[in-house]
Design a protein around this ligand. Structure first.
Ligand code: AMP
Ligand code: GLY
Length: 426
């Protein structure tokens, strides 16, 4: 039985920094490699500048560094088949955490995921799916719906492919634009679905395709403005646990959503080893699926990594050996809160290359996770919309948020913006 493991982590965001941090805490870790990584990750792992879509290069790294476990953070490399490629090329003992293309369709095709839910009677908004040749049918369907109406590009659109239309006119205009390429390839097919009114939360499992373990739930804050106003972003912060997710709701999620999802994958011979992220909404005490993702959430991961007590490598090894049923999950019962610092202009056009100062602030209860940062001549610069996530753990939600806000204040760069009200609605 192996006692020390070499791990390759794929990705470069705040989620991957949080995963890397948690892996780096493991007593079972020999070496952590990250491609391409980021400045924060480079302080705890060896970062190699390799594109996750360059499959041959990735394979070379797996072989050269005698990698035992490959973990993929983001969805795009999974949808592009990194795991399909590695599966037949790496040794049998190498554990791959992340699904192959077939399973990744849960996220990469809204139509696939809606049809899957329908087949397995998993609660979700009612819908129909259309292509350009069916535009007039799509408009007829729109006319038959109550407002608001939700339009979703079928493919991956970097979190931008969902439009909530307040009336039929807007929906008719949008469907036409979408089917005519508003989101490129991603919107050659569009799902039109019923609007669900409720409160959203994020639920995560790690599965080997047969058994699964549940991770802490979280809630993310997607809007740029306080009180959930303004444009959608990649996520401005998160909280875990979520106060309204009680044992009764958890049981419903397990019975009505997780079990039939895992069983459904199995019945359809879709192999799945990795994380499933259930984007859920509670409508009058019943959980519905808004979307599936084939990975962990960002910025939920930054919060939940602080609460998981288990050694992450143990979980990956159990997953790879089909032993998840023997794992007992242990969570810290305190509250984790993540506050994201973003660039001026985000989520629109942003200003980049601002020098960041006073960012080495990790302490016992707070972690500074890099997302859109880069080094240039030993200076740390901003390079993305979402720059740094600050995650804190404390005995109350208010305290956890206050700890993160305290560091948010201290880290400096021109145009820094963040929400001060993460968790306001809980
Ligand atoms: P998605 O990319 O599918 O997660 O959608 C982005 C966001 O749009 C979700 O987080 C929800 O806030 C919202 N949304 C998507 N589908 C629905 C729906 N059927 N009803 C209400 N809101 C939705
Ligand atoms: N926080 C939502 C996502 O990662 O898609």
């Amino acid at each position: 039985m192996k006692v020390k493991f070499n791990v390759l982590l794929i990705g470069s965001g705040g989620r991957e920094h949080a995963i890397a941090w948690k892996i780096s805490q493991s007593s079972k870790l020999n070496k952590l490699i990250c491609i391409p990584g980021n400045p924060g990750i480079s302080s705890i792992a060896e970062c190699i500048n390799c594109s996750p879509d360059n499959h041959l290069e990735v394979l070379k790294i797996v072989v050269e560094y005698k990698i035992d476990i490959v973990v993929c953070g983001p969805e795009v490399p999974l949808a592009n088949g990194i795991m399909d490629f590695l599966k037949y090329k790496v040794s049998d003992s190498c554990i791959l955490i992340g699904p192959e293309q077939l399973g990744a369709q849960l996220e990469s095709s809204k139509r696939f995921s809606k049809e899957f839910m329908l087949r397995h009677k998993i609660p979700t908004a009612s819908y129909q799916s259309f292509n350009l040749a069916q535009l007039s049918d799509a408009k007829k369907f729109i006319q038959s719906m109550n407002t608001p109406i939700v339009l979703k590009a079928d493919g991956l659109a970097a979190g931008k492919g969902v439009i909530i239309c307040k009336d039929h006119t807007q929906a008719n205009n949008e469907i036409e634009e979408m089917l005519n390429g508003k989101f490129g390839e991603a919107s050659t097919e569009v799902v039109i679905e019923e609007f669900l009114k409720g409160i959203e939360f994020s639920y995560f499992v790690l599965t080997d395709g047969n058994e699964f373990i549940e991770l802490p739930e979280a809630k993310d804050y997607k809007r740029i403005g306080e009180q959930d106003t303004g444009l959608n972003t990649g996520g401005m912060g998160s909280i875990s646990p979520v106060s309204f997710v009680d044992d009764q709701l958890r049981e419903k999620v397990r019975i009505k959503i997780i079990n039939p999802t895992i069983q459904g994958l199995k019945k359809e011979n879709i192999p799945y080893q990795g994380f499933i992220f259930f984007g859920l909404i509670k409508v009058e005490n019943e959980p519905y699926v808004i979307e599936y993702n084939c990975r962990l959430g960002d910025p939920e991961t930054e919060s939940i990594m602080l609460r998981i007590k288990n050694d992450l490598i143990d979980l990956f090894v159990a997953c790879g050996n089909n032993q998840l049923g023997t794992v007992k999950m242990e969570f810290n019962n305190e509250f984790a809160a993540t506050v994201f610092l973003v660039s001026k202009g985000y989520p629109g056009e942003i200003e980049k290359d601002k020098m960041i100062s006073n960012y080495n602030l990790d302490n016992y209860s707070s972690k500074v996770f890099h997302a859109g940062t880069r080094y240039a001549e030993e200076k740390l610069l901003t390079q993305g919309g979402r720059v740094i996530a600050i995650s804190s753990l404390a005995s109350t939600k208010q305290e956890a948020v206050a700890l993160s806000l305290d560091l948010a204040e201290k880290i400096q760069y021109d145009g820094k913006y963040y929400r001060r009200d993460i968790g306001f609605d809980l």
